[in-house]
Design a protein around this ligand. Structure first.
Ligand code: NAP
Length: 420
């Protein structure tokens, strides 16, 4: 199985395996894909060891040797800087480009020295425009709400535009002054104070629709009931409001047979969604934050602009008590990187105590993305059962009554035993 690719990256030989190809922005997964991994800094080392055990066991149990992953280490962060005197070596980017799908632990963001965040750089280099954050409850995890199990959403957050695009100029700078001048000349009725800092919020049709397309495709493929377009279009009509309009337009043009808008179900179907159709609806951002608390089971896939998505992802994760175990992915048309959403928690590094849940569940997301649903299901089964048995790492143990504190490596072993 696999083929020999006679190449090295960062001095390491590529393992025997096959390259994942992309067709129409989707991966075509061979039986032995080569998947680059970045171990991550600090606790990343403990987390990766545990996660790899879980991933390999799930694939073995699901496919009995017919499929396997050829893991290939690539370097970024402190480890790369120590070995190659670079935080993000070019050969790491080359390997990710060649093999397409990667998974990473948390990376230290170097402070000062003009080094950009490595995570942001990866997103920009590979145009990873969809930030995907599934949020669901695992029975037994302490939560601040009464019925956390009612929340089960997948948030598709646009990753490249909005005020996050970083187009910002400080108050009184020549750039800010110039922009104020231009704005006053084209809209004299809008007064901007001369000492205002200026940030720009671009939201394009292209950027919005490619994100919403992925969200709708995901909902159709995973038989999810609805896609909600979350926006603040009542105030920002040509950015947030346009995001909503472009979403409805896309659904009508490209997914007319598989989707139906909320307006139509009231006009034509007495408020009921016809069988097999995904409901497309929209909610204003502030109301979304209320509803996700008061009526969480009415939401499933949520597509939104960058800043809204940032806030909503963490608010939802907090609701199920899972900030420390929340998985994430950044997906583009030719590359996808799955990652921990927490940082490197350096004080726990190499102590075998940290919770590896975020990377393990990011692996679930990765296997689903690759079409290896059976492996993903095994991990979820093992993970959920281990939490139910209250065998958990320190962070959850301190919040759960009657729980047994286990090490990172032991947690992984229990997940594997519980896979069935
Ligand atoms: P952090 O590493 O997320 O850690 C903050 C606290 O969160 C930890 O002390 C720990 O709390 C808890 N925590 C984080 N991960 C955990 C896990 N897997 N299991 C259990 N508890 C966990 O945040 P930080 O200290 O602000 O950042 C440290 C470094 O990480 C910085 O260099 C930062 O730039 C980087 N960072 C990277 C990413 C990324 O790569 N995606 C994201 C955020 C930050 P307790 O001490 O209360 O147990």
């Amino acid at each position: 199985m696999g083929q020999v690719i006679d190449k090295t990256y960062n001095g390491l030989k590529v393992p025997e395996g096959e390259t994942i190809k992309f067709e129409n922005g989707r991966p075509v997964t061979p039986n032995k894909p080569i998947i680059p991994f970045i171990e991550g800094d600090g606790t990343g080392r403990d987390i990766w060891k545990a996660s790899k055990l879980v991933f390999d066991a799930a694939v073995e149990k699901a496919y009995g040797g017919k499929r396997s992953v050829a893991w290939f280490e690539v370097f970024a962060g402190e480890k790369a800087n120590n070995e190659f005197k670079e935080w993000l070596p070019k050969e790491t980017l080359d390997a990710l480009k060649e093999f397409g799908v990667g998974i990473k632990g948390p990376l230290t963001t170097p402070v000062g020295g003009g080094i950009r965040s490595l995570n942001v750089t990866l997103r920009q280099v590979f145009d990873l425009y969809a930030c995907v954050r599934p949020v669901r409850y695992f029975q037994g995890v302490p939560s601040p709400v009464v019925a956390p199990e009612k929340l089960d959403v997948v948030i598709y957050r646009e990753n490249t535009e909005d005020v996050y695009a970083g187009i910002e100029f400080p108050a009184s700078s020549p750039e800010a002054k110039k922009l104020i001048e231009v704005l006053h000349s084209i809209a004299p009725e809008k007064h901007i104070r001369p000492d205002a800092g200026i940030g720009i919020k671009p939201v394009s049709k292209t950027g919005s629709q490619r994100l919403i397309r992925r969200a709708i495709q995901y909902a159709i493929e995973h038989k999810k009931p609805s896609v909600t377009l979350m926006h603040k279009g009542n105030i920002m009509k040509f950015t947030e409001g346009a995001f909503r309009d472009w979403g409805y337009q896309l659904a009508a043009e490209e997914f007319a047979n598989q989707t139906i808008s909320e307006e139509k179900i009231w006009d034509e179907h007495d408020g009921k969604v016809p069988a097999g159709k995904v409901l497309i609806k929209d909610r204003i951002a502030d109301s979304m934050f209320q509803q996700i608390l008061t009526r969480p089971d009415e939401y499933s896939v949520i597509a939104t602009t960058n800043l809204n998505g940032d806030y909503l992802s963490d608010a939802c994760a907090a609701q199920v008590g899972g900030l420390g175990i929340a998985p994430g992915a950044n997906i583009g048309d030719n590359c996808a990187i799955f990652e921990a959403t927490h940082g490197t928690a350096p004080k726990y590094a190499d102590k075998d105590v940290i919770n590896p849940g975020s990377v393990i569940l990011s692996g679930v997301l990765m296997f689903e993305y690759l079409g290896w649903q059976e492996a993903a299901d095994r991990i979820i089964q093992g993970f959920a059962k281990t939490i139910q048995q209250k065998k958990v790492t320190y962070d959850l143990e301190r919040l759960m009554s009657g729980a047994t504190k286990v090490k990172t490596s032991e947690f992984a072993k229990h997940i594997i035993e519980n896979m069935g």
